[in-house]
Ligand binder design. Structure first.
Ligand SMILES: [Cu+2]
Length: 374
């Protein structure tokens, strides 16, 4: 919140400490720029890595339209005009750059509103897929990042089970699943023991009837077709943050919260007036509805989703823990009409944004600020 923008042709040297190993990413916060691919993975290796894997593969998922069907700014303008009574229409169809009727049970209804012509793994479309080459029997750590702007992905590797080991960089008690659901901004680390052959890695664009596709190859054989059936994607064993628990090493110490802050996510697709507590964030007056907290406090944050759509809620500058021993995270899916309860320690003084990681929702105004001094 306190950094000047980097002007075209300008530069800015970042100098920062990385206290926590794990899978992170970085991106700008100017307009809809994250949907132009202006981002990168940030992998912090642990000098005391316990290991348990032979190799790793960073898997960056994205939804792509820039330069194909529109620019992200055009999409934002189109969405901001509002859909009126068309919003929430049941029939699945594309209208301009808007997708109607994209629904998902695991997301509790409306899955997303932007039409994307391509879904990518590591920058590559399904027609020219990214490929990982490994050895049968090897254990691979997949570091999966959803860098998309309006798409949740359900990721699976055909013929394999996935063991979730980390959420948003922090270790969790390992859980074995068939697929994992990632909202925009979420990261999961997964262990996979590779079989012998050629396998599809598929990230279904949740509710959007399309997919990102890549190939895992450990033997000879032809590449599976893009539309190959992956039974793991339809299995009910889907990894979601609600099923995870932080390991003892990273769980917050038990402590009674000093302060409780309640935020309500508000707005609708029809009006495209996404906001917090009924107000659309005003970039020109970023501090007018800021939430003051104090350094050293344990803060309990209750985020109520009062809308009929899911939102990936993200807090800058901190990694909270889901209440009741849940995972450490910084981005969490909140389903319609549900409440996310998290605790964090105010140990990083400054001004920090909290926002929906749907870039178009955030730009519309679903954003607020936490601030405190040392
Ligand atoms: Cu949102």
């Amino acid at each position: 919140m306190t950094q000047e923008v980097i002007k075209p042709g300008g530069n800015f040297d970042y100098d920062f400490i990385v206290p926590d190993p794990g899978t992170y990413w970085f991106h700008p916060h100017v307009g809809a720029q994250p949907d132009t691919g202006l981002y990168g993975a940030l992998i912090v290796d642990d000098p005391e890595e316990p290991g348990g894997y032979d190799d790793e593969w960073v898997v960056v998922l994205d939804d792509w339209l820039d330069g194909v069907t529109a620019t992200p700014d055009q999409v934002l303008t189109e969405l901001a005009a509002g859909m009126g009574d068309m919003g929430g229409m049941d029939m699945f169809m594309r209208m301009g750059n808007t997708l109607m009727g994209a629904t998902s049970d695991v997301l509790g209804g409306d899955a997303g509103d932007v039409y994307y012509p391509h879904y990518l793994v590591n920058g590559k479309p399904a027609a020219d897929p990214a490929q990982f080459v490994g050895k049968p029997g090897n254990r691979i750590r997949l570091r999966v990042i959803n860098a998309g702007s309006d798409t949740a992905f359900r990721l699976a590797v055909g013929g394999h089970r996935l063991t979730i080991t980390h959420s948003d960089g922090f270790p969790v008690t390992p859980v074995e699943v068939d697929s994992v659901l990632l909202g925009m901004g979420e990261r999961y680390d997964l262990l996979v023991t590779l079989g012998d052959g050629v396998f599809p890695l598929v990230a279904a664009a949740e509710g959007k009837q399309d997919r990102a596709f890549a190939v895992v190859r450990t033997g000879s054989g032809s590449t599976p077709p893009v539309d190959v059936t992956v039974p793991e994607l339809t299995s009910t064993k889907i990894g979601v943050s609600g099923d995870l628990a932080a390991t003892e090493a990273v769980a917050l110490k038990r402590r009674t919260p000093d302060r409780e802050v309640k935020l309500e996510l508000t707005g609708s697709m029809a009006k495209y007036d996404w906001g917090i507590d009924g107000k659309q964030f005003d970039m020109s007056k970023p501090l007018q509805d800021a939430h003051p907290i104090r350094s050293g406090e344990r803060v309990r944050l209750k985020v109520v989703n009062a809308t009929t759509m899911w939102h990936p809620f993200h807090l800058h500058g901190h990694t909270y823990q889901h209440a009741d021993g849940g995972p450490r995270k910084d981005t969490s899916i909140i389903l319609p009409r549900k409440t996310l309860t998290v605790d964090f320690d105010a140990d990083n003084p400054g001004l920090w944004a909290a926002h929906c990681h749907n870039i178009y929702h955030a730009e519309s105004g679903m954003m607020t600020v936490f601030g405190y001094q040392n």
